[in-house]
Design a protein. Structure first.
Length: 368
């Protein structure tokens, strides 16, 4: 028996549109989330790449490759270089890149990926008018989204439907009344500190911005203390899946904020994109933490051991990690009680992560 199928052009268009909007920033899970409920892999000094000839880079791959490999937010430094908005880090002698060059790459990407939302976070030494001229000249202006401070953020699907898929932030508040799209970043976001020279020195302290702001810039890069540029070996450690996710969990427990912009150096080293995808997939450690008063942890403070009792639960996993995000104990338990040896641990604050089928419970433990 032969089957003949007929497709009208309008039906084909319908199929195309359906497939386009089936995912938002790579996942259907993101479509119904508001912009401030989504995590975005973010590159620190995204333009400063050795592939573009920069001498002391923070990234290896250029903007086009970053986009194609899942980066959705870019930190860019923009200076006036002989009348042209130009990107460089510290000194133009180390390499330059016209802003328009990278904006063209973003324009090309948005043109052919109509279900993607991209963010720019600018460190600006040019005016809002200069940035606007670059967006107009590169054809990006029709994509630019304007947000009203205090209003609810739209969902990614709503932004996609409106085709307003480029969000622009700047660290300079010089927008005119007609430039509502040029968002002063510290009106909308708060950040963790960024001056970290060793993977052991990450801090949960806020730096710029108000902690009540909707968006959270989670700086997670290690830079050379002399040159301020990235380091491969340290980035590979910082971007490792468990190291990064554990730091996010700790920060979430302490601050109660969802990290939006996971900002890294050499993004392709390690597993930073996997962490972002985990967060956007409804990760239990953040979105579905449970408070189970029946879980007993003691003694607390602990000296030689801490006893954990999870009633009516046969089968759970326990992880104990320190303030650096390092796992110091990890065990699956098939009974309702478990003793964790703390005798050899340095004094300090630790976190117990109890993974149950209902969700994840986090407990603070002090070792003295």
């Amino acid at each position: 028996m032969n089957y003949i199928f007929f497709f009208s052009s309008s039906f084909l268009l319908f199929l195309v549109n359906t497939s386009v909007y089936a995912q938002c920033n790579g996942s259907a899970d993101n479509c119904g989330k508001q912009y401030n409920e989504v995590a975005y892999l973010t590159t620190h000094n995204a333009y400063n790449t050795d592939s573009e000839g920069f001498s002391l880079p923070n990234q290896h791959l250029g903007i086009a490759d970053q986009l194609n490999q899942g980066v959705r937010a870019f930190m860019l430094d923009v200076y006036d270089f002989w009348g042209t908005p130009t990107q460089y880090h510290g000194s133009f002698a180390l390499g330059t890149q016209a802003l328009s060059s990278d904006l063209n790459e973003i324009k090309n990407f948005l043109d052919v990926n109509s279900n993607e939302v991209v963010t720019l976070i600018l460190e600006c030494y040019v005016s809002a008018d200069d940035i606007e001229a670059e967006l107009i000249n590169t054809g990006l202006m029709p994509y630019v989204y304007t947000h009203v401070d205090g209003a609810a953020w739209p969902t990614l699907q709503e932004m996609i439907n409106l085709n307003k898929r480029l969000v622009v932030f700047s660290d300079v508040a010089d927008a005119s009344a007609s430039q509502g799209w040029y968002h002063y970043v510290w009106d909308f976001a708060v950040e963790t500190h960024y001056s970290v020279n060793d993977v052991n020195d990450f801090t949960d302290a806020y730096n710029r911005g108000d902690s009540l702001n909707d968006l959270y810039i989670f700086n997670h890069f290690v830079t050379n203390g002399v040159t301020g540029t990235g380091m491969d070996a340290e980035s590979a450690i910082a971007n490792e899946y468990n190291f990064l996710l554990n730091r996010i969990e700790l920060n979430n427990l302490l601050k109660g904020k969802f990290p939006n912009f996971i900002t890294v150096d050499f993004f392709e080293l390690g597993n930073a994109l996997d962490v972002v995808n985990t967060l956007n997939g409804g990760y239990l450690g953040l979105h579905h933490s449970i408070k189970n008063p029946e879980i007993v942890v003691g003694p607390n403070p602990a000296s030689d051991f801490v006893q954990l009792h999870v009633p009516n639960e046969l089968g759970f996993e326990v992880m104990l990690f320190n303030l650096k995000g390092e796992i110091v104990f990890n065990k699956s338990c098939a009974v309702s009680s478990l003793k964790v040896n703390t005798a050899n641990l340095p004094n300090g604050l630790y976190f117990l992560k109890i993974i149950q089928k209902e969700g994840v419970c986090l407990k603070k433990v002090v070792v003295l």
